[in-house]
Design a protein around this ligand. Structure first.
Ligand SMILES: [Zn+2]
Length: 94
């Protein structure tokens, strides 16, 4: 948007993302994933060099940069306080 409408004062995507993280408190966790988005290199797949389903490398050639990243937002740490609060717990049972 800021490239299409340079006269407007729209903040960059990076700055907007930073504001969202600050305001919501939800910080995404990045994981490497297959370029075809079919698997995530996590847990039992953490040490794989290539995808199990396609012959696609995890990393760009001659670098340690992943082809693609998966943005995971962990929600359980934010739900736990709701369950510990009796009033919110009752509302969540509805
Ligand atoms: Zn794959």
């Amino acid at each position: 948007m800021c490239f299409i409408y340079p006269s407007t004062n729209i903040p960059s995507l990076r700055l907007t993302s930073s504001h969202v993280v600050f305001l919501s408190g939800l910080e995404p966790v990045l994981y490497n994933c297959c370029i075809n988005s079919c698997c995530c290199y996590l847990g039992p797949n953490a040490d794989l060099e290539c995808c199990l389903h396609y012959d696609a490398s995890q990393f760009c050639p001659s670098s340690c940069i992943a082809h693609q990243k998966f943005f995971y937002i962990p929600t359980i740490p934010y739900l736990v306080p709701f369950y510990k609060n009796p009033e919110m717990h009752a509302k969540m049972q509805y």
